[in-house]
Design a protein around this ligand. Sequence first.
Ligand SMILES: C[S@@+](CC[C@H](N)C(=O)[O-])C[C@H]1O[C@@H](n2cnc3c(N)ncnc32)[C@H](O)[C@@H]1O
Length: 234
Amino acid sequence: MQLGHLYSIGVGPGDVELLTLKALRILKEVPVIFVPKRDDKQESYAYNIVRELIDTRRQEVINLIFPMMKDEAKLRVYWQDAAATIWQRLAQGKDCAFITEGDPLFYGTFSYIHRIFQQHYPRVNTEIIPGISSVNAAAARAQTPLAQGDDRVAILASTPDNERLKQIICNFDTIVLMKVHNIPRVVTILEQLNLVDNFIYVQRCTAPAEEIIRDVRKLKENKSDYLSLVIIRK
Ligand SMILES: C[S@@+](CC[C@H](N)C(=O)[O-])C[C@H]1O[C@@H](n2cnc3c(N)ncnc32)[C@H](O)[C@@H]1O
């Protein structure tokens, strides 16, 4: 039997209208859709974006759990289990789509799954459909350029210690902080550098719960949402 085709689909930052036409077509066509989730309790943000497009009477939706942890050895077990589950459907000749919020290859789990397929299931054809990343969408919603001319942009997926963060802020024109857990610490540093007016906090951009906050006083006490980022544009 012919193997199914594996698509990795970036579903964008939140607004379903930001899907590409290609992502839309494939999502409607494939018989199986894989949905990455942190645990069984939380809803999938990526699935919520495309829920209205999926016909669960003819399309199978399978959750894949990837817990939030940093230990790569432990995570590898989840990636391998997920790849084996996807393989079962592909071996039945079914085309499969693995959805990712934003873009799949920008801090997305699919890059690890993709490597496992390249190494262990090389006969499977994979195709990656890019999505609009949260960084591009946040800049658009905040109406702030990410880069102009020779500008240098730093994108950080974790917030380094204060000294390192200060160095980075001084050395780049635009700094994007993703997965930012400690907004008050970032704000304190910006105050020290006299850059509080260059700060934009963007939460769940393009989704109904979007929030864009420029006034740092509103954030100093707040615990930030996981789906948020900070743009510092000098
Ligand atoms: C694992 S990364 C995934 C990035 C995603 N693949 C992308 O292309 O945007 C998760 C981080 O992306 C950022 N993020 C994702 N979606 C977002 C959104 N709609 N609004 C603001 N930040 C978002 C947050 O910083 C979050 O902690």
